[in-house]
Design a protein around this ligand. Sequence first.
Ligand SMILES: [Zn+2]
Length: 293
Amino acid sequence: MVRLPPERFDGVSDDAPVLRHPPTGEPLPLVLDSPHSGERYPGDFDHLPPRAEVRRAEDTHVARLWRGALRHGATLIEARFPRAYIDPNRSLDDLDPDLIADAWDGPLQRSRKTEQGIGLVWRLARGGVPLYGRKLRAAEIRGRIERFYVPYHAALSAELDALHRRFGAVWHVDCHSMPAVGDVNSDDPGRARDDFVLGDRDGTTCAAEFTATVAATLRDLGYQVAINDPYKGVEIVRRYGRPAAGRHSLQIEINRRLYMDEHTLIPNAGYPALEADLDRLAAALAVFIRARL
Ligand SMILES: [Zn+2]
């Protein structure tokens, strides 16, 4: 078990929904974002299952695992709110009408994620149990969108736009982690996952060479890597990936068994080795990007 010291960020208010970590090395047009590692549970999140069970929705520790990339010129955008409360990696119309007590005045488009209970606002916790003992008011959901979802996307899109303007192209890694075995909310229940799953929505959100470079680097480090199976990437890479315009977005899912106990969320003995390997991957991405500027 690995003990991580508490993190402190000077000048950041306690309720800031998103953190921006600037590069500590020479800046490159490389943006990482971690939308699901937030651990600050809002006071009005009246979930029914115990907190420990709800927290299994998190990609716990992911933002911290990638922190070494800052030295290689990356900027990191980190959500601080829990994704079970509102999920930045879903579209705004991906809402379950059965979860809403009154009228919703926006468009609704039930996706596969909504059917699985894990749309914009989750209806089910991991394991498939109801997250709430009540329906939510439309105004509550609007509030979550305005206070958390919108600021997160504003921070991420501002970073991508600024670097694209400055360098003419930008590479973006959307950072996640996944349960070691598919659960009832997934498309592959009961299946053991590879070490990493890369998602570029079947080659549509970044140049093929970006996906190939990440896959080759990870395989050289000894990992099994799957591509677009079972995760192709969702709203974030769909929204920002425009390879023809020099905007390359790739989703990376890390198997949680590589770095933590999935029930206690405590880092395991593998954490430092994974952290070092992600540092090597970031170094390789810096070389890849420099060669294209
Ligand atoms: Zn995630």
